[in-house]
Design a protein around this ligand. Structure first.
Ligand SMILES: Cc1cc2nc3c(=O)[nH]c(=O)nc-3n(C[C@H](O)[C@H](O)[C@H](O)COP(=O)(O)O)c2cc1C
Length: 179
């Protein structure tokens, strides 16, 4: 029986016009393009998302649109900057606004950071996704610092390889969970 192709949603969470984590998101999209899955890349810079107030902001059109895309995906790859030893506030705000749309998703992380020492920073959001929404976290993070980004646009071989591993593992996990 032919398997239904997994739907992968890549969310680029940096709001910085010159974002490096966005380059990780684009590389993940290019990696997945040739695979047996349906990939969509969304960029939070293009969405007018309010800060979650726990009340009325769930009705914002951008929040509803993103919640629908998340709910329809099998895999969500969050590409985000590390701010203050955590993912940036825009990434957490997205989760706050879209809540239960994350139920049972396979989730992977691609992070851009200023230095090497913040490598455990995705764990806070990863834990909350596991506890709140039973997400399955891909145990293989992409973590890139300035030296991994060349001026011409390419990524270091190590980071490029890690993106490929993350994408392969994420789709494999989703296929396995779908039986
Ligand atoms: C407010 C702020 C906080 C930051 N905190 C950290 C941090 O805790 N650890 C770290 O390694 N880098 C930190 N950085 C550096 C960013 O992670 C780095 O510039 C990264 O490239 C940003 O991703 P972006 O280019 O996709 O926006 C911080 C940057 C800003 C602006």
């Amino acid at each position: 029986m032919k398997k239904h192709p997994r739907k992968v949603l890549i969310v680029s969470c940096s709001l910085n016009a010159g974002s490096r984590s966005h380059r990780l998101a684009v590389a993940a999209e290019a990696t997945l393009k040739d695979g047996d899955c349906l990939t969509t890349l969304v960029d939070l810079r293009d969405y007018d998302l309010p800060m979650c107030d726990g009340a009325t902001t769930y009705d914002a059109p951008a929040a509803k649109e993103l919640a629908k895309m998340i709910a329809e995906a099998d895999v969500i790859l969050l590409a985000a900057p590390i701010y203050n030893y955590d993912l940036n506030a825009a990434a957490k705000n997205l989760v706050e606004l879209t809540g239960s749309a994350w139920k049972d998703k396979v989730v992977g992380f691609l992070c851009a950071a200023g230095g090497r020492s913040s490598y455990m920073s995705p764990m806070g959001l990863a834990n909350s996704l596991m506890f709140d929404f039973r997400c399955v976290i891909v145990p293989r993070f992409v973590y890139a610092t300035g030296e991994d980004f060349r001026d011409a646009g390419e990524l270091s071989d190590i980071v490029q390889g890690r993106i490929e591993q993350l994408c392969t593992e994420a789709v494999k996990l989703a296929n396995g969970l779908a039986g």
